[in-house]
Design a protein around this ligand. Structure first.
Ligand code: PLP
Length: 395
């Protein structure tokens, strides 16, 4: 095994030094070694990929669909995505120039941020947040500006945005993620409209990560692009809506002039997504089977959410009922104080349930834990029994 030449170590991208070590995966990894642990840690749907999507991938392989696709994705998939966006969210995107298929929403985050960040640029990030936005912003030489939304039920208000902009008038972009990982909170149509009106008066590029848009339980999902499409890049994909995390299909939709650099950077990084999984995604986004599969999963998630919220509230956790995604962001019972890392560590070791400490998600997460309910009802029941025993023992 080769040892790295020592002198090279100072030649690496210095932006890496600005990163704080990844908390979630590390915590999950450590917890995995605890015998009998039940993990409610990761945002990974427990459902299998629905049959119609699997069959479409298999048919693509058998048809020797094995060559480089166009950089922005197969015409069939871009058309399917355009239909999906029109059907579900009443949004109008041209499949030829305003949609690019990415390798998961993860690559969409990298491609869209790469297209707008110059070294030193500030990017506004509402927190608690999916940590990748901060990591990628830093790697690209930008500076994330955290906006703590915990005092407003995890929603960014126009007044808060204006206060932040007064201090950061040159911010280049803002990342919004709703329904949110980690809070499960989403914006009502009125809330997002009011925020869009405030953003319209600025030159911020909005990166709207709407990967959980199909998992809104009560009421519709309203995209911010309904109000300010001219300055919005929407990120979405099949990972959460169709339990297709391993297929790695995401997409970006936005106005043509913004999409040009985004698509170019995407093609430079990955050339294109893979043919068989793009074929599967056509079935996900543009067939009755695809739509039905999502609705069935959503119903199951909703039941799980209702169950977990009810038990946790009885045990003294505080939360507003989350209306989307598959996370609950709960304030730990008062008798445990505010140290979420200690609480989560003790719960894992003694109660045998792993959840993620809220402070891993940035400002406003202290004193909370994130619980993923993307797992079976049977597992959730056992987990809640364990949490009850742990909490009641400490009383
Ligand atoms: C908010 C958010 N955006 C993006 C992703 C990544 O999605 P993908 O698996 O499609 O790359 C996740 C995954 O957990 C997420 O929670």
């Amino acid at each position: 095994m080769p040892a790295t030449k020592k002198e090279l170590l100072t030649n690496l991208n210095h932006n890496f030094n600005k990163l704080t070590p990844g908390g979630i995966r590390e915590f999950d990894y450590k917890a995995s070694s605890i015998p009998g642990i039940i993990k409610l840690t990761l945002g990974e749907p427990d459902f299998n990929v629905p049959a119609a999507m699997k069959e479409a991938a298999i048919a693509s392989i058998n048809a020797n669909d094995s060559h480089y696709a166009p950089g922005t994705g197969t015409p069939a998939l871009r058309k399917a995505i355009a239909h999906f966006m029109a059907d579900r969210y009443n949004l109008d995107y041209d499949p030829d120039s305003e949609i690019a298929v990415t390798v998961g929403a993860t690559e969409g985050i990298y491609a869209s941020l790469s297209a707008i960040i110059n070294p030193g640029d500030e990017i506004l990030v509402t927190t608690p947040t999916f940590p990748l936005y901060m990591v990628v912003t830093k790697i690209l030489g930008g500076t994330p500006v955290e906006i703590d939304t915990s005092a407003d039920n995890f929603v960014l208000t126009p007044a808060k945005l204006q206060a932040v902009l007064a201090k950061h008038p040159h911010a280049k972009g803002i990342i919004l993620n709703y329904p949110s990982n980690p809070t499960g909170v989403t914006y009502t149509a009125a809330q997002i409209k009011a925020l869009a009106e405030a953003i319209k008066a600025t030159n911020l590029v909005v990166i709207a990560d709407e990967i959980y848009s199909e998992l809104v339980y009560d009421g519709p999902h309203t995209s911010i692009a309904s109000f300010i499409p001219e300055q919005t890049l929407i990120l979405n994909g099949a990972s959460k809506s169709h339990a297709m995390t391993g297929y790695r299909i995401g997409f970006i939709a936005g106005p043509q002039e913004l999409m040009k650099p985004v698509s170019a950077i995407h093609a430079m990084m990955v050339t294109a997504a893979s043919d068989p999984t793009m074929a599967a995604a056509v079935a996900a986004f543009d067939t009755v089977e695809g739509k039905t599969a999502t609705l069935e999963m959503k119903e199951a998630y909703k039941q799980r959410r209702n169950f977990v919220v009810e038990v946790l509230k009885q045990l003294g956790f505080e939360m507003t009922t989350p209306n989307g995604a598959f996370y609950i962001f709960a304030k730990i019972p008062t008798q445990f104080g505010n140290d979420d890392l200690k609480f989560a560590t003790d719960l894992a070791n003694e109660g045998k349930v792993a959840v993620i400490p809220g402070s891993f998600f940035g400002a406003g997460g202290q004193g909370y834990v994130r619980i993923s309910y993307a797992t079976s009802m049977e597992t959730l029941k056992q987990a809640m029994d364990n949490i009850a025993a742990f909490v009641n023992k400490e009383d």
